[in-house]
Design a protein around this ligand. Structure first.
Ligand SMILES: [Mn+2]
Length: 323
């Protein structure tokens, strides 16, 4: 077994859970966190000494674990064969599940890890039975919220994520949820959610031509600062909606641009059949899968930006109806 230097993982529940299992299996404490874009832009150094999980395949690495169909597609476009890459890719509900199944072939895994994989499956694929189950203060939900809460700066944030990863590795989810830092951060996230709900109440709207109210638009393109929103909260205010669309400005180097970031997702209770990925592909602005997709509309001018704020929702509703 080659020795590895560090784990590079996604900065969400699934990423931390994956790193927890790998940290245990390979006796590694060095963990770095990244988002998918950081990997795509090769912004952090990754070598064959690193294990990468729940993220796109980098230029190279020692082991790669992932479950995102889009990342497999991208690998193929680069002419790479996933089965020839050490580690594992499987289209599972979570990356924790992929890592768990991989490690279980050669190790006896603690029972807590089986539970962690089950909870990661639900959280990462958003397959809660209903919105109440998503909102409930259960141990996995509380840990998830502690991960999502903001931090004063990146360094502190990574320290917190490392702390929570080690909790997921060393203790049960019940014990992790009782950790004082987890409790404090989950409470902070609840306050951050309140702000998000206020924004949604203020900026969410239905188009006049959408009489049944199936597609809710949250347009925060007027904001001059980046704002975080969890679109799934729209479901609390528009329980009958089947899909949510968020439109926000794109910031580069702290400056607002004329580009519009568009993201779509299906509501929890949405009956199957719709693939919102089709909408962004049709608009030729990005990519995604059935349940969630995102892209950027690049405007040539402030005039186009203003025009598209009005026009995009109508075009998206039209495409939605054709799905
Ligand atoms: Mn994941």
């Amino acid at each position: 077994m080659p020795a590895f230097a560090s784990i590079v993982t996604h900065n969400d529940f699934d990423g931390l859970g994956s790193a927890a299992l790998l940290s245990w299996a390979y006796d590694l404490d060095a963990i770095r966190f990244a988002g998918p874009i950081t990997i795509a832009k090769a912004e952090i150094p990754i070598t064959r000494a690193d294990i990468v999980c729940d993220l796109p395949y980098p230029l190279e690495c020692g082991l790669w674990f992932d479950h995102h169909a889009g990342n497999l597609q991208e690998l193929k476009l680069r002419g790479l064969d996933a089965s020839a890459i050490p580690g594992r890719f499987a289209e599972a509900l979570s990356c924790v599940r992929v890592v768990y199944d991989f490690l279980a072939e050669s190790d006896d895994l603690p029972e807590d890890y089986a539970r962690l994989a089950r909870e990661a499956d639900v959280i990462d694929s958003f397959s809660f039975p209903d919105l109440d189950a998503w909102r409930a203060d259960t141990p996995p939900n509380r840990v998830d919220r502690a991960i999502k809460a903001s931090s004063p700066n990146a360094r502190e944030h990574y320290e917190v994520l490392r702390h929570i990863t080690f909790l997921m590795r060393d203790v049960s989810l019940e014990e992790a949820a009782a950790d004082p830092l987890v409790i404090e951060r989950a409470a902070r996230y609840a306050r951050e959610e309140e702000t998000m709900l206020e924004h949604i109440r203020k900026y969410a709207r239905l188009l006049p031509e959408d009489a049944v109210g199936e597609l809710v638009f949250v347009d925060i393109t007027a904001f001059s600062n980046p704002v975080r929103l969890d679109k799934k909260l729209v479901g609390l205010i528009f329980p009958a909606a089947r899909g949510f669309v968020e439109m926000k400005p794109v910031f580069r180097g702290g400056q607002k641009t004329n580009d519009i970031s568009v993201s779509l997702s299906l509501a929890l209770a949405a009956p199957g059949g719709k693939d919102v990925g089709e909408i962004v592909r049709e608009l030729n602005i990005g990519d995604g899968h059935a349940g969630a997709a995102a892209g950027v509309w690049r405007s040539e001018s402030a005039h186009e930006f203003q025009k598209m704020r009005e026009e995009l929702p109508r075009r998206i509703l039209e495409l939605w109806r054709k799905l």
